[in-house]
Structure formats: C-alpha cells, structure tokens
Ligand binder design. Structure first.
Ligand code: DQA
Length: 144
C-alpha cells in the first residue's frame, strides 16, 4: 500500500527556512526517515510538495485511487483552505495532519486548522520526527 505525504507552501525551503523554528533537516531527510519506517511497517510512500493550493487538491483527488492513506502538512493552507478540507473529505482512507512546529505556541492565526476537521490524528511540535511518527501510526491504522 502507498501513502501520500503532501506538503504545502514554503516547505520546499525546509532546512533553509527559519531554521530556529523548523530545524535544519530538509524534505529529502523527511522522505528518508519516512521510508525507513515504511520499510518496517510495509508501506510505500510518495512525498510531494507544492506551493499551489490547486495542485494539492489535485494530488488529494489522485490519492482517492492511488493511496491507502494521506499524511499532510498543509503549511499555511492549514489555516485558510476550505478547498483542501473539501478535497480531504472526498478521500476515504486515514488522514494524519503534521506540523513541524507547535502551532499552538505561536500566533493565534495558527491555532485554527480547517484540515483538523477531517484529520484522524494531529501531530504538532515534534519537529520532522512528526512525519515518521505519522508513518508508524499509518502502519497501525492500515494493519489488516
Ligand atoms: C507549519 C505551521 C504553519 O502555521 C506554517 O504556515 C507552516 C508550517 C509547520 O509545519 O509547523 O508553513 O505547518
């Protein structure tokens, strides 16, 4: 089974972008860490990143056929995107929401997530380890 790991705007700069908040690891490091867990729990993954809301919506539609579960860090779209929430509501498998930083410790506009209305679980503030933890949880949720 394949998991889509979707990443929203500015996460292509992970490792370079505000490292005091998001750390020095890159999206390639995230992919490697998730692949390690995937090998343990028997899941393949496709890690994708876009700065464009509609592209993320399109990937969620693709996931309807191609993925057993979705791990998503919608980045700033977390706090704004009804379109991403609506797309996730068309997906039948488990959805896990990941935030690298602890959004609840930050500005109040980061405290509300549209995506949390659909997510089966949320991880925030665990750094990039959050993605690997979400992969492990996907393993449990999808276990036959
Ligand atoms: C983020 C938190 C969001 O508020 C922010 O807009 C991001 C990244 C995180 O991973 O901590 O771009 O989703």
């Amino acid at each position: 089974q394949t998991i889509f790991i979707l990443n929203g705007p500015n996460l292509n700069l992970l490792g370079k972008r505000q490292p005091e908040i998001y750390g020095h690891d890159t999206l390639a490091d995230v992919e490697a860490a998730c692949a390690r867990v995937g090998a343990e729990v028997g899941l393949d993954l496709r890690l994708l990143q876009s700065n464009h809301e509609g592209q993320i919506v399109d990937w969620i539609h693709e996931a309807r056929e191609a993925a057993a579960g979705i791990i998503i860090n919608p980045a700033a779209y977390t706090h704004t995107s009804v379109a991403i929430l609506d797309a996730l509501n068309t997906f039948e498998g488990p959805v896990l929401e990941v935030h690298i930083s602890n959004v609840h410790k930050r500005e109040s506009f980061r405290h509300h997530s549209y995506v949390s209305l659909r997510a089966d679980g949320v991880i925030a503030g665990f750094g990039i380890e959050g993605y690997a933890l979400a992969m492990r949880r996907m393993g449990s949720l999808l276990e036959a």
